[in-house]
Design a protein around this ligand. Structure first.
Ligand code: KIV
Length: 282
């Protein structure tokens, strides 16, 4: 039985108190979750970014709760030691508390140990209801991709003092509502520092500078699996897209030249039976 990290255990992981930075990475399928499961990452986020990096949509708004549950279940079947956080997609927590609870339950039943949702103080009633239903919640403020239309694009947030102070207030609202951690996305590093110092729950940054209590990256970005758009905050640790294209091209060339498959890659029947086949003129 895997001893999985829990939301309560992560909720006190503040770097200023000597904790190691939290590491979260996204996954959308079984093989990715198996690979991450062999690392020391703390959390796997089944993020709705899978709409873009796996399913090819231009934003995250097209994925439904059933799609997210499908991917969460694939990740959970890998039985990783990380806490699995299921991302509540757009419109799965906007209509009513009942809807929010039923949708979050789909992710928990698929194997998530916590859910994440975007937004600050206006989400408080939903967050309180989720926690009342024993579902740990991770907040997400700053550049919230589900707000792409109201933000006017994927824009860095909190770029002036008023907006920065508003974000600090939103982080406090999430903490007071009971979130065990909060993602800070696409904010200046000074704002990431300010929020991190101001709240007792850990902050997990993506494009929020090095001062957060942890970092999250999308797996496809960090492995260099896509190059349509590489945001400033992404560090690519591999170039799997180039390696994959080279590997697939080598396979194509080997088939065309007759170099693949060879005898060692073929099944055989016994000598007498080969003769009986008369295949080689025997
Ligand atoms: O969906 C996602 O991958 C996310 C991260 C960018 C935090 O929400």
């Amino acid at each position: 039985m895997v001893k999985r990290l829990t939301a309560p255990a992560l909720s006190t992981r503040k770097v200023e108190h000597g904790a190691a930075p939290i590491v979260m990475v996204t996954a959308a399928d079984y093989p990715s979750a198996r690979m991450i499961g062999e690392t020391d990452a703390d959390m796997i986020l089944v993020g709705d970014s899978l709409a873009m990096v796996v399913l090819g949509y231009s934003d995250t708004l097209s994925v439904t709760i059933d799609v997210m549950a499908h991917h969460t279940a694939a990740v959970a079947r890998a039985n990783p030691k990380q806490l699995i956080v299921g991302d509540l997609p757009w419109m799965s927590y906007h209509v009513s508390i009942e809807d929010t609870l039923r949708n979050a339950a789909k992710l928990v039943r698929a194997g998530a140990g916590a859910v994440k949702l975007e937004g600050g103080s206006k989400r408080v009633p939903k967050i309180e209801a989720l926690i009342d239903a024993q579902i740990p919640v991770m907040g997400h403020i700053g550049l919230t991709p589900q707000s792409v239309h109201t933000m006017g694009g994927f824009q860095v947030q909190g770029k002036n003092a008023t907006a920065a102070h508003d974000l600090v207030a939103e982080a406090h609202a999430l903490q007071d509502a009971g979130c065990f951690a909060v993602v800070l996305e696409g904010v200046p590093r000074e704002v990431g520092d300010m929020i991190t110092r101001s709240v007792d729950i850990p902050t997990v940054g993506i494009g929020a500078g090095p001062g957060c209590d942890g970092q999250v990256l999308v797996l496809h970005d960090l492995l260099g699996m896509q190059d349509d758009f590489v945001p400033k905050f992404v560090r690519q640790y591999a170039n799997l897209k180039a390696e994959s294209i080279a590997s697939i091209s080598a396979y194509v060339a080997d088939v065309r030249s007759g170099a693949f498959p060879d005898d060692s890659e073929s099944y055989h029947i016994g000598g007498d039976e080969v003769e009986a086949l008369g295949l080689y003129g025997g």
